[in-house]
Design a binder for this molecule. Structure first.
Ligand code: FAD
Length: 320
C-alpha cells in the first residue's frame, strides 16, 4: 500500500545536513510510490526547500518562527505536530541525530505509535521493508518489521545512500504555527568548537586515545584529518585526560560514527569505544601493543608508535 511519508530535514550552520537526503532516500524506499514530504523547521529555512526536492522529496512544508531558530523539543514538537495534523502521514522518518533522538520518542508518544530507532539499513520496499538496527552496543543486529499502524523510524547518519541530486520540481509551502508556552527559550548558543567537519557526518575520522599523551600530541592527527577532509575524534580516555574536548568523544557515551575510514591511534579498543565506531566501513588501528583489543575490529592494523606512523601516512597522502 502506498504511503505518504513525512521526513524531518535538518539544517546545521546554514546548510542542510546530509542525513536529510539519506532520510528522503529511506522514505522513498518505504513509500511504495506514495508522496514524500520533507519538513523544514527554523527561523529562515525556506531557501533550502528546492535542494530537498532535488534530492527526491516530492513536496516541502516549512514552518518558520523566531522560536525555531534553535532546537528545543517543545518548539520543534509543537511545529512538527502541526505539520502532522495538516498532512496525516502514514510514515515518519527522522535522522538519528541529537535532534532526532530527542524529538522522535516525544512525537511517537503523542501519536501513540511505535518507533524503530537507529536504522542502519532497509531490506525490501514498501510494506515488505525490514529495518536493520544495531543492538547490544553494536555487537549484533536485529531485523524489525512494522506490524501495523504508523511507521516511524530514525536513520543513522552515513548508512543509507542518498538519491542522486538532479533538477526536480515540487511545491515548497509554508505553514504558520503559533509556537506558545515554551518552557525553554534559547537566547544564544556559545559553541566550544564551531570549526571543522561535523564528526557524526565525517567520511574520514582520525581518532586519538590516551596513547596520544597530550593536547599537543593531537596536532599530527589534526594535520592528517585536514589533509583528508576529515574530522578528529577521541576516546574517552583522551577526553578524561583533558587532551581534547568531550564533544569529540566517540563511543557508548559519546558520538556514534560510521565514516568510510576510521583511523584509531593510541586507542586500546575498550568495548565502550567500539560501540561508537565498529560499524565504520574501513578501520585502521595504530597501536604499540600487538595484543590491543582494537586490532580485533580493525581491517588494517599497524603495530607501531603513532608519532612515527601518523606523519608517515600524512607524507604519503600528500603525494596522492
Ligand atoms: P587506554 O585504554 O589507556 O589505551 C591507550 C592505548 O594507547 C594502549 O592500547 C597503548 O598500547 C596505546 N599507546 C600508547 N602509546 C602509544 C604510541 N606512542 N603509539 C601507539 N599506541 C600507543 N570510552 C570511550 O572511548 N568512549 C565512550 O563512549 C566510553 N564510554 C564509557 C562508558 C562507561 C559506563 C564506562 C565505564 C567506560 C566508558 N569508556 C568509554 C571508557 C573505556 O572503558 C576506556 O577506559 C577508554 O576507551 C580507554 O581509552 P583509550 O583507549 O584512549 O586509553
Amino acid at each position: 500500500m502506498s504511503k505518504k511519508v513525512l521526513v524531518l530535514a535538518e539544517t546545521r550552520e546554514g546548510a542542510l545536513r546530509n542525513v536529510s537526503f539519506e532520510a528522503i532516500a529511506a522514505a522513498k524506499q518505504v513509500s511504495d510510490g506514495g508522496e514524500v514530504v520533507a519538513v523544514l523547521l527554523g527561523d529562515a529555512v525556506s531557501e533550502f526547500g528546492a535542494e530537498l526536492i532535488n534530492y527526491g522529496a516530492d513536496r516541502v512544508v516549512t514552518v518558520e518562527h523566531p522560536h525555531l531558530k534553535h532546537y528545543t523539543s517543545d518548539g520543534y514538537g509543537q511545529a512538527l505536530m502541526a505539520v502532522v495534523e495538516q498532512e496525516s502521514p502514514e510514515a515518519l522518518v527522522f535522522g538519528h541525530t541529537a535532534v532526532g533522538k530527542d524529538l522522535s520518542p516525544k512525537i511517537a508518544t503523542k501519536l501513540q505509535s511505535g518507533l524503530i530507532s537507529d536504522v542502519t539499513a532497509i531490506e525490501g520496499e514498501g510494506d515488505d521493508a525490514v529495518f536493520v538496527r544495531p543492538i547490544f552496543s553494536g555487537k549484533a543486529f536485529e531485523k524489525v518489521k512494522n506490524k501495523d499502524g504508523l511507521l516511524f523510524f530514525t536513520v543513522r547518519p552515513n548508512n543509507i545512500a542518498p538519491l542522486a541530486k538532479e533538477e526536480r520540481s515540487g511545491d515548497v509551502s509554508s505553514l504558520s504555527v503559533d509556537i506558545t508556552n515554551l518552557r525553554t527559550i534559547i537566547k544564544n548558543v556559545v559553541r566550544k568548537s564551531a570549526e571543522g567537519v561535523d564528526l557524526s557526518e565525517a567520511k574520514v575520522i582520525i581518532a586519538g586515545g590516551r596513547g596520544v599523551k597530550s593536547a599537543d600530541g593531537f596536532a599530527p592527527l589534526q594535520e592528517l584529518a585536514n589533509l583528508l577532509g576529515g574530522a578528529v575524534g577521541a576516546s574517552r580516555g583522551a577526553c578524561d585526560a583533558d587532551y581534547v574536548d568531550y564533544s569529540l568523544q566517540i563511543g557508548q557515551t559519546g558520538k556514534v560514527v560510521t565514516p568510510d575510514l576510521y583511523i584509531a591511534a593510541g586507542i586500546s579498543g575498550a568495548i565502550q569505544h567500539l560501540a561508537g565506531m565498529s560499524n565504520s566501513k574501513v578501520i585502521v588501528a595504530i597501536n604499540k601493543d600487538p595484543e590491543a583489543n582494537i586490532f580485533k575490529v580493525a581491517d588494517y592494523g599497524i603495530v607501531g608508535d603513532l608519532f612515527e606512523v601518523i606523519p608517515m601516512l600524512t607524507e604519503e597522502f600528500k603525494k596522492v
